[in-house]
Structure formats: structure tokens, C-alpha cells
Ligand binder design. Structure first.
Ligand code: UD2
Length: 314
């Protein structure tokens, strides 16, 4: 998709900014809307191909004007309150961001007969809840257990059904545990690998909730960004939802061991009670994404090494 005109909501965040950087390197023109609640301006590159608006996606007038003015070729919907805990604290406020704002964007496209080549909504493995069946395929049971998961699932359906009902090209992704450079470790609910990285660097105590045998399908952000663009560029993805992961889960203890090997440091661990609602194991079946030609390029060790080296240099 050379030299396309692309919108990324949440483009200053961890995953969004990695996508934006890649899209710009490929010669595209990119517009980012981000309220900088979790994202950072410093995540974004200096580029005359980039336009940045510090705005919330709940600003309907702003989003209308933007969508009508720019007539984007591709729209990536990444803006969200990404902390599950935050959505449990403030369900109504976060609902406006995680669901209503996305619905409004689809409405604006419909009412103005705007026809991007693809609209991609980014959802989460949270929609699978704590159902113990593993690995999770896109047909697995949906068990949303938090406002976050409910809004993610509803937005997925809205975006995909708008495609079917009103002739828009849409698709959705369900991210598993994404990690890598620029992940923000500022909240206790930030991705565990960003917290471990920080603890390895500052020598402080890392609190491990549970016994460390819980496992996750950790996927490197570079692979996530490749998957997003593959889905955007594949006509067959219309109306489809895809797990984005590696297809392999690794226990937290094993992950820490790999990280210690890479960093050459020993992580200081204190054990604490397992987190309420914590899932024992999370692993994806990625065969649907593989059928589009996707293969993850970074196994956990390779990805962690990249992540570690990035942090040493920044
Ligand atoms: C992930 C998503 C979350 C939601 C959920 C759905 C991230 C960052 N979070 O939560 O948004 O989609 O999946 O299932 O991707 N842990 C510690 N110490 C810490 C922090 C975490 O031991 O300081 C443990 C935690 O209890 C869990 C594991 O590490 O067992 C992973 O935690 P996480 O918050 O990175 O991700 P997860 O899978 O709970």
C-alpha cells in the first residue's frame, strides 16, 4: 500500500507508534489522533509525512471534520483505555472511549459515504475471558468479564457488521500479550514484560503474583504491526476477526529466566497472592492468521533481546 493516506487512532501509544513508524518508513502519509493519556509524543518520529492531533476520539465534531477532510485510505482503530482495572473503576467513562467513539467513527463513514480500503479495529484476547479451553481459536467461547472486554467485543461486532450491512471493508484483530520497545510501564497493570524490564534496570523488587507457572502467548510488537498491515492489504480479511499472537505460550518463570540470561542480571522477586481473576494459561491458535501468510518472526528470546537492546540505547 505505497503512499496511502492513513489514520491511526491511538497512534502515540506503544503499538500505535510502532505501526506509525513502519507506515511512514514505507512512504505513507499518516495522521495520528491521540489524547496522550497513555501515549507519548516522544514515541512518534519527526516526519513531514506525519500529522499529529492531540485529541480524544470522543470529540465527535473533530472526528467528523477529520474523516471528511482527509478521506483516509486505511483506518487503524487503536485508541482505547487499555487498562482493564481502569475500566472496572470507571465503566461508563471508558465505555465512551472503548465503544461509543468507535461506533461514531463508523457512523461518520456511513453517513458520508466514505469508503476506506479497510477499517481495522484492534480488540483483545480479553474477549475469551477465563474459559479454560486452550488454545483459543476465533471460534472459542466469548466470555467478557470486564467493561474492557465487553466494549472490545461489542466494537469488534459493530465494525465488522458495519462492513456487512453498509458495504464497508472492515476487519478486527484480537491481540494476545504484546510486548516490545515503547511499552509504557507506568501502571501496575502495564504489560508484565515492561514491568520486568524496568525492575531489571533499576534493581528494584518485582512482585510476582502467583507461583509463576501461569503462561501467556507473548507476541513481539513488530510481529503485531506486520499482522495488522497484512490484514489491511488482504481482501479476503473482509468481515473477519484474527487472533494475533505466536501460537506458543511460555510460563512467567521461564520468561523471567530468558530475560535474566539476556540482561545478565538477576531479577529480585517477591511472591504475592495470585491476582483476582488471573488466567492460568493463555495461548492462541493462529492458524487463521497463518492462512493469510503470517508467520511470527520473533520467538520470545529474539523479541526480548531486541526489547532489551532498545532500552539499553534509549
Ligand atoms: C492481558 C492484557 C489485558 C487483558 C487480559 C485478558 C496486557 C498488558 N494486558 O492481561 O489488557 O487483555 O490479558 O486476559 O496485555 N504479573 C505479575 N507481576 C506484575 C504484573 C503482572 O506477576 O507486576 C502477572 C499477572 O498476574 C499475570 C501475568 O503477569 O499472571 C501477565 O500479566 P499482564 O498484566 O501483563 O497481562 P494479563 O495477561 O493479565
Amino acid at each position: 500500500c505505497l503512499a496511502d493516506n492513513i489514520l491511526v487512532t491511538g497512534g502515540a501509544g506503544f503499538i500505535g507508534s510502532t505501526l506509525v513508524r513502519d507506515l511512514i518508513e514505507k512512504g505513507n502519509t499518516v495522521t495520528v489522533v491521540d489524547d496522550l493519556s497513555m501515549g507519548r509524543l516522544s514515541n512518534l518520529p519527526e516526519s513531514d509525512q506525519l500529522t499529529f492531533y492531540q485529541k480524544s476520539i470522543i470529540d465527535r465534531k473533530f472526528m467528523d471534520d477529520l474523516l471528511i477532510k482527509h478521506q483516509f485510505d486505511y483506518i487503524y482503530l487503536l485508541a482505547a483505555v487499555a487498562s482493564v482495572a481502569d475500566t472496572i473503576e470507571r465503566p461508563e467513562v471508558t465505555h465512551q472511549i472503548n465503544q461509543d467513539a468507535n461506533l461514531w467513527i463508523m457512523e461518520t463513514l456511513r453517513r458520508n459515504q466514505l469508503r476506506p480500503k479497510k477499517v481495522i479495529f484492534t480488540s483483545s484476547a480479553a474477549v475469551y475471558g477465563d474459559d479454560p479451553d486452550q488454545p483459543k481459536s476465533e471460534h472459542s467461547r466469548i466470555v467478557p468479564l470486564s467493561p474492557y472486554a465487553i466494549d472490545k467485543f461489542a466494537s469488534e461486532r459493530f465494525v465488522i457488521d458495519y462492513g456487512q450491512l453498509y458495504g464497508l471493508n472492515t476487519a478486527a484483530t484480537r491481540f494476545f500479550n504484546v510486548y516490545g520497545p515503547r511499552q509504557n510501564p507506568s501502571s501496575p497493570y502495564s504489560g508484565v514484560l515492561s514491568l520486568i524490564t524496568q525492575r531489571l534496570q533499576d534493581g528494584q523488587l518485582f512482585t510476582l503474583f502467583g507461583d509463576g507457572t501461569q503462561s501467556r502467548d507473548f507476541v513481539y510488537v513488530g510481529d503485531v504491526v506486520s499482522a495488522l498491515q497484512l490484514i489491511a492489504d488482504t481482501p479476503d480479511s473482509n468481515g473477519q476477526v484474527y487472533n494475533v499472537a505466536t501460537g506458543h505460550s511460555v510460563s512467567l518463570i521461564e520468561t523471567i529466566r530468558i530475560f535474566e540470561k539476556i540482561s545478565g542480571d538477576k531479577l529480585k522477586i517477591e511472591f504475592a497472592e495470585q491476582r483476582l481473576g488471573d488466567i492460568k494459561r493463555s495461548e492462541a491458535d493462529i492458524s487463521k492468521l497463518q492462512s493469510l501468510g503470517f508467520e511470527p518472526k520473533f520467538d520470545l528470546e529474539t523479541g526480548l533481546r531486541r526489547y532489551w537492546e532498545f532500552n539499553q540505547n534509549h
